[in-house]
Design a binder for this molecule. Structure first.
Ligand SMILES: CC(=O)[C@@H](O)[C@H](O)COP(=O)(O)O
Ligand SMILES: NCC(=O)COP(=O)(O)O
Length: 241
């Protein structure tokens, strides 16, 4: 079956929110992504609701045919929302209102007790839990200790590397973290900043079973259409060279 592509439709909603219109609809985009071969839809319901709205989550829960992955902050407000809509997976991500986009991974090692409580609460509601973490072995070990089902390795530093040496170093960190996570029995995803030029090196990592990609797919979709943008990303993942 190969790696699962999770298409993040946040930035379809960004375009809609730019004028507070009803189009383009991330719900429509999600259906097109699934028709093109995506096997998960990812959305980030932020505290500031800058893009994805509660309405999007409500409707996507009814319409997504594959898996619905809700990215959210580790807060009581968001746990309540997760209980209301029951996504298939919750991915806990760090969040700061003033950030342009997600900056780093969740600090699990330094707040194990509080994260463990939220994970237990979500799993008691039959919701699988993934932790969005930096590719750092301490964070991997802490994620396992707090009983996470999965981790998603933050690929931002790999994607933003300024030269080959830096890129190789960051890639090696991701490989090591993927191997360690799989060895501990956790599912392994990766995401943030992946695009048509940098995805294949990540897709080649056997221990990674899922990639979550949004901004680059939406950016290409604006020019070539959503289904084609998704299919082109899937082709790169399926033949990573
Ligand atoms: C956690 C992550 O890297 C993204 O999935 C997240 O959604 C980024 O936030 P924005 O989509 O708001 O840029
Ligand atoms: N968790 C990563 C994600 O869902 C999409 O991130 P990006 O591709 O929009 O950077």
């Amino acid at each position: 079956m190969g790696q699962r592509l999770g298409v993040n439709v946040d930035h379809v909603a960004t375009l809609r929110q730019a004028r507070r219109t009803v189009y383009p609809d991330p719900v429509t985009a999600a259906a097109m992504a699934e028709l093109a071969g995506a096997r998960q839809i990812t959305i980030h319901l932020r505290e500031d609701r800058r893009h994805i709205q509660d309405r999007d989550l409500r409707i996507l829960r009814e319409t997504v045919q594959t898996l619905l992955n809700l990215e959210m902050a580790a807060t009581a407000e968001m746990v309540k929302i997760a209980y209301e809509y029951k996504p298939d997976v919750v991915t806990l991500v760090p969040e700061r209102r003033e950030e342009l986009t997600t900056e780093g991974g969740l600090e699990v090692a330094g707040q194990r007790e509080s994260i463990a409580k939220i994970i237990k609460n979500l799993k008691d509601g039959e919701i699988a839990v993934s932790l969005f973490i930096d590719p750092d072995l301490d964070q991997v070990r802490a994620s396992h200790k707090v009983n996470a089902d999965r981790v998603e390795l933050h690929t931002g530093r790999y994607c933003e590397a300024r030269n080959e040496k830096e890129r190789a170093r960051e890639l090696a960190r991701i490989v090591d973290a993927a191997k360690a996570s799989a060895k501990l029995g956790m599912g392994v995803a990766a995401g943030h900043g992946l695009n048509y030029d940098n995805v294949q090196a990540i897709a080649r990592i056997q221990e990674i079973d899922e990639l979550n990609i949004g901004h680059a797919i939406v950016g290409r979709a604006v020019l070539v259409g959503f289904e084609r943008a998704v299919r082109e990303m899937l082709e790169l993942m399926r033949d990573p060279g």
